[in-house]
Design a protein around this ligand. Structure first.
Ligand SMILES: [Fe+2]
Ligand SMILES: [Fe+2]
Length: 319
């Protein structure tokens, strides 16, 4: 229902788009119409409407409803089909967890980190490379966060994203501090390029943030360490005796994620989404495969490149 009685004599009903309808005298009383419009504020069946107008024949009620609908005074109730945002997210999380355990957690980077105990089990260059590629990634975070800062469909989601971005801003500087410790300056980094797999991840996320923000939100929980990724990398680095002064700012970043509960941002966002239809679910499932592949490729490339690279920085002037 999207209308109200605006005049009793003559009897005039105004719709939400400002159209006025005068109802013929004697057919229905103003009181009856007011009662009717009030109960039509919620979803009702024809039989329920007939109960409000007991003196009218069922056929009369049917004609009245048809007439009101034809003039746009009431709308047929269409029940949303699909899952709640939270149910939808749980399904996507199940799928992404399954895929992460099938691929990413079995790749060279991950398996070597989890079993590393002695110096050299993970080459120092891989630890440094991981921080360099993470720097490149965080340095470009605005590419993929910016498009959703203006997320119009849901105010609470938009506010949560803005709060998150203001907490994220400048995290590349923390990793820069670590890299300074091993003699890599801001200027050095400005003259280097990320691995193509790092850039592919940035570009994929920027594409989704622009074109499929709902799916983009599902990736945040994984990127922000809903899982155990970040801590396991750090634990391995401490175990194999990497300079704690180098690791301190990296750990500071990890702690911010934990304390700010960035890993649960996705759940917070999806609890505000009332419904996700089946078509959207299909699209999100498909893209989850692609995202996990990109993410796996990122870590695999860090291992492949930095465990064998002679020079640690991919300087543009040396390419
Ligand atoms: Fe961060
Ligand atoms: Fe974060």
């Amino acid at each position: 229902m999207n209308s109200s009685v605006v005049s009793h004599t003559p009897l005039v009903v105004r719709t939400s788009v400002g159209e006025d309808f005068e109802l013929a005298d004697g057919v229905v009383s103003a009181g009856e119409i007011e009662d009717l419009l009030e109960i039509l504020g919620e979803e009702r069946t024809e039989a329920e409407i007939a109960n409000v107008l007991p003196v009218r024949a069922r056929e009369h009620v049917r004609q009245l409803v048809e007439c009101l609908a034809a003039h746009g005074i009431i709308r047929p109730a269409i029940r949303p089909t699909g899952k709640t945002g939270f149910e939808a997210l749980l399904e996507i999380e199940d799928l992404s967890n399954h895929l992460l355990y099938e691929t990413l957690y079995r790749n060279e980077f991950w398996t070597n980190c989890s079993k590393a105990t002695n110096p050299g089990d993970v080459p120092e260059s891989v630890v440094y490379g991981m921080v360099i590629e993470n720097y490149h990634f965080l340095f470009r975070e605005s590419y993929f966060d910016a498009p959703v800062l203006s997320y119009v469909p849901n105010t609470k989601v938009r506010l949560a994203m803005n709060e998150f971005f203001s907490e994220e801003y400048g995290h590349d500087e923390l990793l820069l501090k670590a890299l300074n410790r091993i003699g890599i300056s801001r200027d050095d980094l400005a003259h280097t390029i990320p691995l193509p797999q790092t850039m592919a991840l940035c570009n994929g996320l920027a594409y989704w943030a622009h074109n499929d923000p709902l799916f983009f939100f599902t990736t945040l929980g994984i990127l922000e360490g809903k899982d155990i990724r970040q801590d396991s990398f750090l634990d391995a680095a401490f175990r194999i005796g990497i300079d704690p002064e180098f690791l301190r700012p990296v750990k500071a970043h990890s702690d911010i994620n934990l304390q700010g509960e960035h890993g649960s941002l996705t759940r917070k966002i999806f609890s505000q989404i009332p419904v996700v239809d089946e078509e959207t679910m299909k699209r999100m499932r498909t893209q989850t495969y692609l995202f996990v592949e990109l993410y796996d490729a990122f870590y695999s490339a860090v291992w492949r490149h930095y465990s064998t690279a002679g020079e640690i920085l991919r300087r543009v002037d040396h390419l």
